[in-house]
Design a protein around this ligand. Structure first.
Ligand SMILES: Nc1ncnc2c1ncn2[C@@H]1O[C@H](COP(=O)(O)OP(=O)(O)OP(=O)(O)O)[C@@H](O)[C@H]1O
Ligand SMILES: O=C(O)c1ccc[n+]([C@@H]2O[C@H](COP(=O)([O-])O)[C@@H](O)[C@H]2O)c1
Length: 209
């Protein structure tokens, strides 16, 4: 089932949380709600990726199943689950952002990610272009919070960093810009969920919170 583009109006502040959501879980919801509060966002869009270019296809549930899992886990009127990358035909985040910012020039998009993604961000195609396209917010994650702060990408973006106290300004400033959102870590992980399901003999996962 295809999803419609979530409604947008000029001036809206929208965080984009890209992910495999294989499956979606309470950690995704937690970081989205914390970002909404700290960055004073109108919406968080969950961009369910057809296929992360750096991840193995083996073990990846179908896009439909992952979208269904995300819809169930989101459970919030301002979290919008979207298959926009399938509809745009984009696999790389740089291409997705180029298309979205061109289509919606009056929307304040930011890229939201967990600290683990920030650590591997320099492996993404055109990561410096991404950083010049939209402001970036990073949420703590067990095992990665400090690593993200010391990461190569954080060092590159250090001159453009907003302190946590100013995080609400992030969606309104011009990229490049970076903030580390402060909030409690959440232990949920899709890898853990898949491993637990495999141990319990489940062949396929079902949507989970
Ligand atoms: N518990 C969490 N805390 C902080 N960020 C998270 C958490 N879970 C997911 N994220 C972030 O959400 C985005 C999408 O994550 P993804 O769908 O890959 O989930 P995951 O649990 O990291 O999956 P996997 O274990 O399969 O890699 C990424 O930016 C990731 O860093
Ligand atoms: O553009 C890239 O090169 C790139 C490389 C790795 C990951 N990403 C994006 O990062 C987001 C998080 O992916 P994942 O699988 O860790 O949830 C998702 O939107 C991916 O498309 C993007």
């Amino acid at each position: 089932m295809r999803t419609a583009t979530p409604a947008l109006s000029p001036g809206m502040k929208v965080a984009l949380l890209g992910g495999s959501f294989n499956p979606a879980h309470e950690g995704h919801r937690h970081l989205s709600l914390m970002a909404m509060e700290k960055l004073q966002l109108h919406r968080v869009w969950w961009l369910v990726s057809p296929q992360n270019p750096l991840k193995d296809k083996a073990g990846m549930a179908s896009l439909e199943a992952r979208l269904a899992s995300a819809r169930e886990a989101a459970d919030h009127p301002r979290i919008c689950v979207t298959d926009i990358e399938r509809r745009l035909g984009t696999a790389y985040t740089a291409d997705t952002l180029k298309a979205l910012t061109a289509r919606h020039p009056h929307v304040h998009f930011i890229w939201l990610m967990g600290a683990d993604n920030m650590v591997q961000f320099p492996k993404w195609r055109d990561w410096k272009t991404i950083a010049r396209t939209v402001p970036i917010a990073v949420y703590p994650r067990p095992g990665f919070t400090l690593k993200a702060r010391l990461s190569k990408a954080a060092q590159y973006l250090a001159p453009y960093r907003l302190e946590a106290a100013d995080a609400a300004l992030l969606p309104l400033v011009k990229a490049p810009a970076l903030t580390f959102i402060e909030g409690p870590e959440h232990p949920a992980s899709a890898t853990e969920i898949r491993a637990a399901r495999a141990r319990s003999g489940q062949t396929a996962w079902t949507p989970s919170r």
